[in-house]
Design a protein around this ligand. Structure first.
Ligand code: PNS
Length: 164
């Protein structure tokens, strides 16, 4: 059985993430979507349990996907899950340098786990969770950026943060 880990912050999941997840699920028998729990980001929009719930909602029709969290080194987690590969999306040249560095360090730490890249679909090449939050914070349309079923969650979270 071939197992992949698709890691990330997913704050929130975008159509770009979902596209990579679907494509990975066509190639691997089992795909863990793994949210980094301890990332030192100052102001995440969604908590880890909320992000898990959003991811579960948008992947409910994909049988071989499991939403999970991890802490610490990605390769330790991948090994624990008996993963053959770490799968990541590459949007543009700007992603490349950072991802190349990550792939090399991860290979050094765990030579048995492959890092595999999927080129993000052209229409999502500009997309990021940060851009989604920026656009939504102005109440502008995010229907081409995130799965429709999580749009209300994003607007209402941003709205409730404003009231805090
Ligand atoms: O969606 P993101 O924020 O770009 O995801 C980044 C992530 C989670 C893939 C990356 O930060 C990560 O792998 N963190 C775990 C720590 C680790 O293993 N770092 C690399 C070796 S030092």
């Amino acid at each position: 059985m071939k197992i992949a880990v698709v890691p990330g912050s997913f704050d929130p999941v975008t159509l770009g993430h979902l596209d990579i997840i679907k494509r990975a699920s066509n190639v691997f028998d089992l795909v863990y979507i793994s949210i980094l729990a301890n990332k030192g980001k100052q102001h995440p929009l969604f908590t880890i349990p909320e992000r898990m719930e959003l991811l579960r909602r948008v992947t409910k029709d994909i049988d071989n996907v499991v939403v999970d969290t991890f802490d610490g080194l990605l390769v330790d987690y991948a090994r624990e899950k008996k993963a053959n590969a770490i799968v990541k999306g590459l949007r543009a040249v700007t992603d490349f340098e950072y991802e190349l560095q990550m792939a090399h360090i991860n290979r050094k730490l765990a030579p048995d786990i492959e890092t595999m890249f999927m080129m993000t679909r052209g229409k999502y090449s500009y997309l990021s969770s940060s851009i989604v939050k920026e656009v939504a914070s102005y109440k502008a349309d995010i229907s081409d950026l995130v799965p429709k079923e999580i749009m209300p969650d994003i607007y209402s979270k941003l709205n409730s943060n404003k009231e805090d």
